[in-house]
Design a protein around this ligand. Structure first.
Ligand SMILES: [Zn+2]
Length: 489
């Protein structure tokens, strides 16, 4: 038996990362005399779709419920597991879109009572594919629910399902399984199967499976038949890149080194790595490490998204990479740290190859004297009116570098726990007058920073650093929401 089948969830409790659904379903099954629902199951991406529909079907019919879970051994569970009951029907809407199909397969038959099971179950997969007429015909049937008939619709595109259908169903949103949960799920399978594995190998698998548990388990199965599950073997088998290659590529981009990036891309391509997959892997990596270098990583995410969306236009995928990377390197006003940089007048007329590093591009131009730089061409802005000062006795200018400010202040904070947690869970957003806005993205960081003593010390250190009386204003936003917000900005 393949691992994917062996580890397919057979009870609600085995569906990973779906606790919000499991509890409701189990409670409903246990008080089943009040259950007359039709269900609409919605997935962001295909995962255990028919398995989950089948689980509900079994639980509704099971003769020996186990704490809300189907028992999997009673006559009814077995009929559904084997697909041998006429009362359990699975239909793929993608190939049965028409009104005639729906009438023939469902509406006519649903009027007869079940023959073997307690309830007749109709599972309609990819229900959004049905035609308008098919939906209308179906609507009449589900509007007058019978206690012994239940519809379970499944879709990956809920926005294409008519509201009239949605409002007559109980809707369950299945969550994407995050990498951490996926990796520990794969780990537990490896342990049960006595497979040699490394965590980094499982991370690659999780990453390329794009939240699909079944695919992830399938890859584990395929690679482990031949070799140990280590990074090298997984990369070799699935034609994907090791994490170190992604890191090195990002470093080349950060160093602004066109030649190095292009030659690395050639190497990656000649190793047979799937370049569309590589872009997706890179996005996955960037998402997981976003807080290490947020602005730069967001910029890179955008780069890889552009690559994914244009890659099909070119006969050779590598061309899409080179074009998009070239575009990015030619932008001369992008910045890693401060929005201010973008609005500053650019003094030089063109970016030159000499500006090699990301930092050189990112930092604002420093002006040493009052005299106008000679190279200004077509620059409408009056540079001489800009305040210019660099007296050694003035405070360090952090206006473009809140990250630097955070590092400096935290290094002076004599509280190791706060130090290490605030390092990547608290972000200085902006300074308005003497108020510094700080976003914290975990509840723990919030507790730390709201501690009266810590807050006072931080304000004191910040005031010292910025030469004015600083107070801090704290906002708590959950990490996922914060990153999503940043993405849209
Ligand atoms: Zn049963």
């Amino acid at each position: 038996m393949s691992l994917a089948n062996k580890y397919r969830p057979k009870t609600f409790d085995e569906m990973i990362w779906q606790e919000h659904i499991i509890d409701i379903l189990k409670a409903q099954m246990q008080s089943r005399d009040v259950v007359h629902h039709n269900y609409l199951l919605f997935w962001p991406r295909w995962t255990w779709k028919t398995s989950s529909a089948r689980l509900i079907a079994k639980a509704l019919n099971c003769l020996d419920l186990q704490n809300g879970n189907p028992c999997n051994h009673c006559a009814n569970c077995e009929l559904i597991n084997n697909g041998t009951s006429l009362d359990y029907v699975e239909i793929d809407a993608a190939s049965h879109t028409g009104v005639d199909n729906i009438r023939e397969e469902i509406i006519d038959k649903a009027s007869y009572p079940p023959t073997t099971l307690k309830k007749k179950i109709y599972v309609i997969d990819e229900v959004h594919m049905l035609s308008k007429w098919a939906f209308n015909a179906l609507l009449k049937t589900i509007e007058e629910p019978k206690w012994n008939v239940c519809f379970i619709f499944a879709t990956t595109e809920i926005h294409r399902v008519p509201d009239t259908i949605i409002s007559r169903c109980q809707v369950f949103n299945y969550k994407k399984v995050p990498d951490s949960a996926m990796v520990s799920h794969l780990e537990s399978i490896c342990k049960q199967e006595n497979l040699q594995y490394t965590e980094s190998a499982l991370k690659i698998i999780s990453n390329i499976s794009e939240w699909c548990v079944r695919d992830a388990v399938k890859y584990v199965d395929q690679v482990s038949i031949l070799w140990d599950l280590n990074e090298e073997n997984v990369a070799r088998f699935l034609w994907v890149a090791w994490e170190s290659i992604i890191k090195e590529t990002l470093q080349d981009i950060k160093e602004w080194n066109r030649e190095k990036i292009f030659s690395r891309l050639d190497t990656i391509s000649s190793q047979g790595i799937d370049l569309s997959q590589f872009a997706k892997q890179a996005i996955g990596y960037l998402d997981q490490h976003l807080l290490e270098d947020t602005d730069f990583f967001l910029k890179c995410s955008e780069l890889f998204w552009n690559i994914i969306s244009t890659i099909r236009r070119y006969p050779y995928p590598i061309v899409a990479y080179k074009i998009e990377i070239n575009k990015l390197l030619n932008e001369n006003n992008w910045s890693t740290t401060s929005p201010k940089v973008e609005t500053k007048p650019v003094i030089e007329t063109k970016p030159t190859e000499n500006k090699t590093t990301w930092e050189a591009q990112a930092k604002p131009q420093e002006k040493k004297g009052i005299e106008e730089p000679k190279q200004i061409v077509n620059n409408e802005e009056k540079v001489e009116n800009k305040p210019i000062e660099s007296a050694p006795s003035s405070p360090k200018d952090y206006s473009w570098d809140f990250k630097g400010l955070r590092e400096t202040v935290l290094s002076k904070l004599n509280k190791p726990t706060a130090q290490s947690n605030l390092k990547d869970q608290a972000i200085i957003e902006k300074k308005e007058w003497n108020i510094l806005d700080i976003t914290v993205i975990t509840a723990f960081a919030k507790t730390l920073i709201e501690n009266e003593e810590t807050q006072k010390t931080l304000e004191h250190l910040l005031s010292e650093e910025l030469w004015e009386n600083i107070s801090i204003r704290i906002t708590f936003i959950k990490k996922e929401d914060y990153l999503a917000q940043k993405m849209w900005l």
